[in-house]
Design a protein around this ligand. Sequence first.
Ligand SMILES: Nc1ncnc2c1ncn2[C@@H]1O[C@H](COP(=O)(O)OP(=O)(O)OP(=O)(O)O)[C@@H](O)[C@H]1O
Ligand SMILES: [Mg+2]
Length: 509
Amino acid sequence: MTGFAAAAGALSVEAVGVSMRFGDVVALDDVSVRVEAGTMHALLGENGAGKSTFVKCLMGFHRMTAGQIVVGSREVDVRDPRAAHAHGLGMVYQHFTLVPSLSGAENMVISRERVPTVIDWQAERAALARFVDTMPFTAPLDVPVQRLAAGERQKLEILKQLYLGRRFLILDEPTSVLTPGEADELLGTLRDLTRSGRLTVLMITHKLREVSAFAHVVSVLRQGRHVGTGRVADLDHGSMAAMMIGEKTVRAGTERGNAVGSVGLRVQDLRTPDRTGRKEIVIDSLSVRSGEIVGIAGISGNGQTELMEVLTGQRRPQSGGIRIDGRSYVPSRAAVHATGVRCLPEEPLRNACASRMSLAENLAFRTFDRTVDGRRRFWLDRPALRSRARDLAARFRIHAASVEHPMASLSGGNVQRAVLARELTGTIRVLIVANPCFGLDFAAVAEVRSRILTVRNSGAAVLLISEDLDEILELADRILVMSEGRIVHETARACADAAVIGRHMAGRP
Ligand SMILES: Nc1ncnc2c1ncn2[C@@H]1O[C@H](COP(=O)(O)OP(=O)(O)OP(=O)(O)O)[C@@H](O)[C@H]1O
Ligand SMILES: [Mg+2]
């Protein structure tokens, strides 16, 4: 058979009394949420509240400890993702699952449940064209996926889900890799699909703005429990935030001191090929003074990742180099220690953690071979390691069952907090961070930004690479824009104009 399974329309899905335990960790406790057919339903909650666990139960990635799932009016057994798919449920992951070297059309056809051994591409293409004709939006189908922008890939993911006949679609933080414009377009598309009765959407997000602008209904989880569901039209941001965090208070912002010193970090004459090997990253000169935050704005994929890799020592540049406090610097564990350089790379679970080691061990990475007074030590002081970890976990509000649990069992936002806790303590000369608030809940965002300002005020040179322009505008003293591997624009904080910066980001100055 060619073509797609014609979807009969949006599905309702109800979770009844869902509980999920991992050993003695209760991730979900008796959660009942009904998502009505043809609605866009947002799922809110602090880092570690259980959002990802909840949707993984719906999709059959976890076998829930207790509870039922009702699809339409029937109780169903989602024992694995295949079963969930068969019932019309689908999920779009935060990290793309499309095969980069294949085109959109090829990706769609090969992801069908039953793909014939010999594919009749002509017939498949015709069927695909007929399917796309019935869609209110489209995405490039004939170019390799790796050449598409993040927003286009995300749309292709959704097109693929519809092509596969999904009628209930789950998205876990779908807009975190998109620009604000792309995010609005994507969410608008999803809302139109729900309105037309084609699809039901359950979307996890940390952005209250997106909830009020696009969702019809919102449910909130707190510490594994369902604390409420309501119509978005009846709720303002204050009440949604209060449902999320309960009685806790959000840390107040930090004042910006002004005492700029000598150059702490300098990158000079840097040349390195980009990931695809087709373009070059060229940075003639980039310097950050102590007591200054330099923000690099840019749409992902314009050389920021490669720059970060050079700065953290994961990539050897073709030419050029780094200087810290005027001295040549080649990133290594010893050099990092001697110079007080701290880094928060992208995808911290992969790039800055040992995911199978415990939270305590990961928190100690920089210090486990040092005594309190900084001398080298040759054996591990386990109790001290644990008590230091507990202290850091409390100060940075890292939510984990215990510091002995493996890093990989932490929720996304808590991995981020753990790496920040490690990198933002001690004496810091130079701080290099990429998207520090990626995946954090709003209270944690306020807290982390305030800590970055504190580090700056204490005299560190801070390089902040971020795809979130609002974050750059809030934190940076000086703003650079990176596009096509180069710094294409520079402005001081006082003269920063978001519209001008946005145009440079898009390559249309
Ligand atoms: N495989 C696992 N083993 C042990 N504990 C787990 C596992 N997966 C999740 N947990 C725990 O379940 C709780 C909820 O995690 P979950 O990932 O669902 O949170 P979340 O709401 O998605 O948070 P975030 O906003 O940070 O992504 C956390 O305390 C986490 O440590
Ligand atoms: Mg999550």
